[in-house]
Design a protein around this ligand. Structure first.
Ligand code: SF4
Length: 759
């Protein structure tokens, strides 16, 4: 473990490529957690943070949204959680001297890892129109500047309020209040780019846009767990502990993924002798190497078989669902050659999976981006819902739908009203609570927001966290679109590329992190978050803030609002920014399921939000029944000599945050410019392992999108399917290449050709 992935150098020319690993975590997981912690925080801060992370009286991990078990261990975090905390609680600082030294032009020459690795932002910075360097600005001046620009707009719909999934419930609630008081629903969020397809399909079929299982269902109740399009070893690592507990009980696990991910092969739990010894626990009993976007055909084939075999719960179907007859007819008409061609899975393998389903009466389907970022994602997830409903695997222990969220509070933000199309019931509650009429016209989601900025229809863009122009698809179009905005405002903890792809003028408003104490005139404040299983719990930082000039997300948002309108008894921004209990009182009145919020969130572990499908088999769908649907199979044409590409994270990455250059589970060290290709495809394309190629995406708009200089890595991915990292590969995804109904960028199925490298 000689080379240091966190050194300050920019991109490395040639990655080292070795054998992929066949087990996750183990002592290396402990080693790298501690390496990052010591490098960034040092021993004292590491102890102060890591032993409080995900604990009842501690702070919530700012990384993924995996829930916490009732019984927590002293070290209740994973390697990527440790990296996220080390990254936030670093001792390095980006202050006014840094900005004086580095022009925007200089900073643009560095890569994403280098930018964030410079440290924590320390004070508000302003980039005047035409300037080359950011300069300090006082908070009050910054708030006034934003207020002036918002006030000067001819229409409130020329403002865009973006949210990344790290924002707390309290920050998200006052943020949506600011936008709606201003008069717009332009509230794109990172969910638009990740689980929007899940929310859309589950709302249509089960009447709730969230998962229907709990931690205990997976760890202690399930009998068969299908994990589709998800890589928990890197993106939800503590899930491996729950899967290990399920295995100990004899549950069966099936991995459905174009890539054989190490975390689904074996888990070496470093908190057990079995794990430390290296023996570990075999996770998946079976791996199905599905084709990208082929999950729809796989689940349709499964449903076809279950109906043909009569292996269905007729009583459940009759009492709780509708649509069965029509769906059964459609499945009966499906032809196996089409199912096999689209899924990449043989009939025999699907038959065997149907046997597994018949043999297990409690089935859970877990999924992530591998299902949500395709053109056919919404029909795919409807097919998954049908699969669960056919055998009554909804609303009982150990059974159900489990979309696993990738960002710590992305689900909570949506619950708080961060959505461009909130239902009238929510908007009515806002009117009744605050005495103003909120806008009703739906606003921009993330893709539409870029379109609006590109077309000169936006004057002010605010980002509550995140790295929007890098995270969204069609990078060149997105960064160019940002430059057409009047003012861009970034509320973040660290320097990132969104601070360099700005509007004509820009502000950086640095906020407190999750690990930091938030003390106001009303005393120590805590915030709340909601995990993938709808558990709402508190988070209370412990560290002294990285700079005395930092403000919390809530204080920044309320500061802007107060500068815009001042505080009134109906809407007292000053009090909201000082005592978050007052925000929670409003949430209690406006958001369903938050009664006695202040009292219940103080219970150890918090409380679970109601979920009709899970709790009482009540389905708030159009018909009041759960909807069984069969969805016409969609074919994505891949011309000869082309491959289907997916973008994915390395193991040293969280969304657009690049912690380092290793992806050790896939055998990659010291570099990110690689493309994983099936060995037969390499031969068929006349290429060679190790050869440098350019990826060129083939698009309807005739525009050539190119990602140059990638090293071909021979890898056991599904034939015809390749993979490389985002955000670099976002340049290949056209803005209008989106999933039907959810408008999510199709980052998991991009048709590309591989050309010998141009340079
Ligand atoms: S599993 Fe997710 S939430 Fe838990 S510590 Fe790891 S990154 Fe954080």
């Amino acid at each position: 473990m000689a080379n240091d992935p966190v050194s300050d150098q920019d991109e490395r020319p040639d990655p080292q490529v070795g054998e992929p690993e066949h087990a996750a975590v183990g002592l290396p997981g402990v080693y790298w957690s501690m390496k990052y912690a010591m490098n960034e925080m040092g021993p004292k801060r590491s102890l102060q943070t890591l032993l409080k992370m995900n604990h009842i009286d501690g702070f919530d991990c700012p990384s993924c949204a995996w829930p916490d078990p009732d019984r927590r261990k002293a070290a209740e975090f994973c390697e990527n959680g440790a990296k996220a905390v080390a990254w936030e609680a670093t001792r390095k600082r980006v202050d006014r001297d840094f900005f004086a030294e580095h022009s925007i032009k200089d900073l643009l020459a560095h890569d994403d890892h280098w930018l964030e690795h410079q440290g924590r932002l320390t004070e508000p910075m302003y980039l005047p129109a035409g300037a080359t360097h950011y300069e300090p600005i006082a908070w009050e001046d910054a708030f006034r500047l934003v207020a002036d620009r918002l006030r000067a707009m001819p229409s409130p719909d020329r403002a865009i309020f973006y949210t990344s999934g790290r924002a707390s419930n309290e920050a998200a609630f006052v943020y949506q209040l600011l936008a709606r008081k201003l008069g717009t629903n332009n509230m794109p969020d990172c969910s638009n780019m990740c689980h929007e397809s899940s929310g859309t399909a589950l709302t249509q079929t089960l009447g709730v846009g969230k998962g229907t299982v709990t931690y205990d269902d997976i760890a202690y109740q399930s009998r068969l767990i299908l994990i589709a399009g998800q890589n928990p070893g890197t993106n939800h690592p503590r899930m491996l502990t729950a899967l290990e507990d399920a295995k100990k009980r004899g549950a069966k696990i099936v991995s459905i993924n174009p890539l054989p991910e190490a975390g689904l092969v074996k888990f070496r739990n470093p908190q057990t002798p079995r794990g430390i010894s290296g023996v570990g626990t075999k996770i998946a009993d079976k791996h199905l190497s599905v084709r990208l976007g082929g999950d729809q055909a796989l689940f349709a084939g499964l449903n076809k078989l279950l109906v043909e075999r009569g292996a269905i719960d007729a009583d459940f179907i009759a009492r709780h669902t509708d649509g069965f007859e029509v769906a059964a007819e459609a499945w009966a008409a499906l032809e196996w050659p089409q199912i096999e061609a689209l899924s990449g899975i043989s009939r025999a393998e699907i038959e065997a999976l149907a046997d597994d389903v018949e043999a297990h009466d409690r089935v859970i389907v877990c999924w992530a981006m591998g299902l949500t970022q395709h053109k056919n994602s919404v029909p795919t997830i409807r097919e998954v819902a049908s699969f669960l409903l056919l055998r009554g695997n909804i609303g009982r222990p150990g059974a159900g739908a489990a979309p696993i969220r990738g960002h710590s509070n992305v689900q909570g933000d949506r619950t708080m009203g961060i959505w461009e199309k909130m239902p009238d019931s929510f908007l009515d509650a806002i009117r009744d609570e605050f005495g103003f009429e909120p806008p009703r016209e739906h606003g921009f989601d993330s893709v539409k927001a870029v379109g609006a900025m590109r077309d000169g229809k936006a004057d002010v863009f605010l980002a509550l966290g995140g790295n929007f122009p890098v995270a969204i698809s069609d990078t060149e179009v997105a960064t160019e679109a940002m430059s057409r905005v009047g003012l861009t405002v970034g509320i973040q903890t660290k320097l990132n590329r969104s601070h360099l792809h700005t509007g004509r003028e820009a502000l950086i408003l640095p906020c407190l992190g999750r690990t930091e104490r938030d003390v106001t005139a009303a005393g120590d404040q805590f915030v709340t978050v909601e995990d993938s299983m709808s558990m709402v719990h508190s988070s209370r930082g412990r560290l002294i803030p990285g700079s005395p000039h930092l403000k919390s997300e809530v204080q920044i948002i309320c500061g802007i609002a107060d500068a815009l309108w001042g505080s009134t008894p109906e809407l007292d921004w000053k009090t909201l920014s000082t005592d978050y209990a007052t925000i929670r009182k409003h949430i209690e009145h406006v958001v369903p399921g938050f009664h006695a919020f202040e009292e219940r969130v103080k219970h150890p572990g918090g409380f679970q939000l109601p979920n009709g499908a899970r709790d009482s088999l009540s389905f708030e769908t159009e018909t009041g029944k759960a909807r069984i649907t069969a969805n016409p199979l969609e074919t994505l044409e891949v011309p000869a000599g082309h491959l289907l590409l997916q973008t994915l994270r390395s193991h040293d990455q969280f969304n657009t945050t690049i912690y380092g250059y290793d992806d050790r589970y896939r055998g990659i060290k010291q570099g990110r410019n690689v493309v994983f290709v099936n060995p037969e495809d390499i031969t068929a394309l006349g290429l060679a392992d190790g050869q440098r190629v350019d990826l060129v995406s083939v698009t309807d708009d005739g525009r050539e999108r190119r990602l140059p200089g990638l090293r071909v890595v021979s890898y056991p991915t599904t034939a015809g399917c390749a993979a490389t990292y985002y955000p670099e590969a976002n340049v290949l995804v056209p803005l209008d290449s989106v999933a039907s109904e959810s408008n999510t960028p199709t980052s998991k199925s991009i048709v590309v050709r591989l050309e010998p490298a141009s340079a």
